[in-house]
Ligand binder design. Sequence first.
Ligand code: FO1
Length: 315
Amino acid sequence: MVLKGDLQVVALAGGVGGAKLVYGLAKTLPPDRLTIIGNVGDDLTLYGLHISPDLDTVMYTLADVANPATGWGVAGDTQHMGDMLRRYGEMPWFMLGDKDLATHLLRSQWLAEGHTLTEVTRRLSQGLGVSQRLLPVTADPVSTMVDTVELGILAFQEYFVRHRWQPVVRRIWYAGIETAHISRAVAQAVEEADIIVFCPSNPMLSIEPILAVPGMRERLRARKGKCVAVSPFIGGQAVKGPAAKLMREQGIEPTPAYLAEYYGGLLDGLVIDQADRELAGQVTNLPVLVTQTLMMSSEDKVRLAGEVLDWVGRL
Ligand code: FO1
């Protein structure tokens, strides 16, 4: 165990990239000391089903059933349902595996029965034997939207999956965010956290829709614990996905100094990759941990989690 006593750790995470560090944290901490606050802006309704990709990616990761090749969906899943859709001439652009489908069926059924997304997520994760707490940042509907040069306004998954995040993004917003509420469980988790980690997820598409829920920034500012972010960028590029491309499309260079500014005063420290060592000096207002943030193996994930927690413990 890297941490003394019963320190509580809260991780803010989006999809695949953030889930890697969540995996490392889960292998490093007793389950009752790790809470994950997940992004819901990627959620979509498809075939009448409510799908929560970022929550499912974290849940499957913690349950050790995630597809290791993609990071999303269930390992060893099949496409029989998809094949039948194609037989009807429906050409699905968002692939739902047969095992993954069970998650969306139950989530949709329980939501229709009046359970909150928070309660549904608890039931699903416990059903998979996940003992860490996985909390949607809000149980209210929030939809990440992008306005693109080539195709105009797109919902997140249309942009990310259907158009493989190639369109140039002029503007990002989170529909419904103004009337969304952080759940009591989220407020309590932030308040009780001794350490808060912004996982290496896309700042604009995964972390911002968590921070932008009314009240979230205020509660983070009022926190008692230390808060650090692990940069998703290595050498000015994202490990995977549109994070760097998006920033450049907003006229921003994806550098450690910018990330420190982007999270505007919420941070007590920033973790960057050794490839950006010479840029550490540009971060003037925060301590910076320079280490290997690229997580290819399980060992990488566990090592980074341990290093980050040890470092935050000494801040
Ligand atoms: N990503 C893809 O690139 N193609 C897909 O067909 C796809 C299906 C899918 C189904 C369930 C799920 O939970 C995630 C899925 N994803 C797919 C990934 C998803 O778009 C991203 O993981 C997040 O929304 C962004 O991190």
